[in-house]
Design a binder for this molecule. Structure first.
Ligand SMILES: NC(=O)c1ccc[n+]([C@@H]2O[C@H](COP(=O)([O-])OP(=O)(O)OC[C@H]3O[C@@H](n4cnc5c(N)ncnc54)[C@H](OP(=O)(O)O)[C@@H]3O)[C@@H](O)[C@H]2O)c1
Length: 300
């Protein structure tokens, strides 16, 4: 497969998409960020071309013509299913690689029932991509799963820590270990896939930075800050159940966050992936040290 140079990024203004765009520009790709006409997100990032689309087939085919690859980082929820339109347009425009909006816990062979339900649209899209590749042999896909995105959950407080207030919310015992990946490792993963397209064609790749528990993170944070953090405890099962109530009713966004935290931190099942199946080495990803990484977060 000839090298991929021209990359269109959908959802490139979001919390995961923006760092992907930046990493692709730093790696010398030519990047076109496709953004909705209705988007209020800033439409500038040094070195990127911004185009707006109404996400009709016609508009996307026009934008994708001349692009070698499409990377999607559209938001969770309804936009995930809407990616079928993007896949169709990419095939029609002769795009050779599609990276769908995954990045989180695996949407295939998912051991947690709650996650399986939440991720059904992502799982379905992979079936759709497989079918498209069968019909259009020049078209290929790669998925990247990182587990919990470490920085996103630390900054939002979703993993239970407030660095500024030095408080921790521990779910159940805090001993459940969970898989996570830092944003720099994830963005480097996307870059590596596009730099080595043959090795990653039609593959669902798992990458991880840390497999760690809340208690382990707290111990490192207390050591770095040389202080005892104020800790409160939450029952993970109650949080999970409340999440499903919120998802069905008044606050779907909060609902998803509660389900994810409740299910992830319950620790009834070991859900961490075996290191043998990770693609970190295949993609040449650097090893990240948990303490160094947390230290940089605390300092900033
Ligand atoms: N595992 C984790 O911890 C974790 C955490 C966060 C995200 N993720 C995954 O990463 C991916 C991206 O999530 P994110 O948090 O970065 O998303 P986000 O910031 O909420 O949104 C990303 C972009 O999606 C676009 N978008 C929003 N609504 C859309 C719509 N109706 N149709 C088309 N595009 C739309 C917007 O771009 P424009 O405004 O420019 O159109 C937005 O900037 C998702 O697959 C999510 O599940 C995983």
């Amino acid at each position: 497969m000839a090298s991929l140079r021209n990359i269109a990024v959908l959802g490139g203004t979001g919390q995961v998409g923006r760092p992907i765009v930046k990493a692709l520009i730093d790696a010398d790709f030519t990047v076109t960020v496709v953004t909705r006409s209705s988007s209020l997100n800033p439409k500038e990032l040094n070195g990127a071309i911004f185009v707006t689309s109404d996400y009709t087939n016609e508009s996307l085919v026009e934008i994708f013509t001349g692009q070698d690859a499409v990377v999607s980082a559209v938001a969770a929820g309804p936009p995930i299913a809407a990616q079928k339109v993007m896949v169709d347009a990419a095939c029609q425009a002769g795009v050779r690689r599609f990276i769908p909006s995954e990045y989180g816990s695996s949407s295939i062979d998912q051991p947690l029932e709650d996650f399986k339900k939440l991720m059904a649209p992502k799982t379905e899209l992979i079936g759709y991509l497989r079918e498209k590749c069968r019909l259009h042999p020049q078209f290929t896909w790669t998925c990247l799963s990182g587990g919990a995105l470490f920085d996103v959950g630390i900054h939002s407080g979703a993993w239970g820590f407030s660095v500024s207030e030095r408080t921790a919310t521990i779910f159940d015992t805090g001993e459940a270990r969970f898989d996570s990946t830092t944003i720099p490792t994830m963005t480097q993963g996307v870059v590596s896939v596009l730099q080595r397209p043959v090795d990653s064609a039609n593959q669902y790749l798992l990458i991880r930075s840390f497999i760690v528990s809340q208690s382990e993170i707290l111990a490192v944070l207390e050591d770095i800050t040389q202080s005892k953090w104020r800790v409160s405890y939450v029952n993970a099962e109650n949080l999970r159940k409340e999440g499903w109530r919120l998802l069905a009713g008044s606050n779907p966004k909060q609902g998803i966050e509660s389900i994810v935290r409740g299910a992830l931190f319950q620790g009834q099942k070991d859900i961490s992936v075996s290191r043998d199946v990770l693609a970190n080495t295949q993609l040449g990803l650097p090893i990240t040290n948990l303490r160094d990484y947390l230290e940089s977060i605390v300092k900033n």
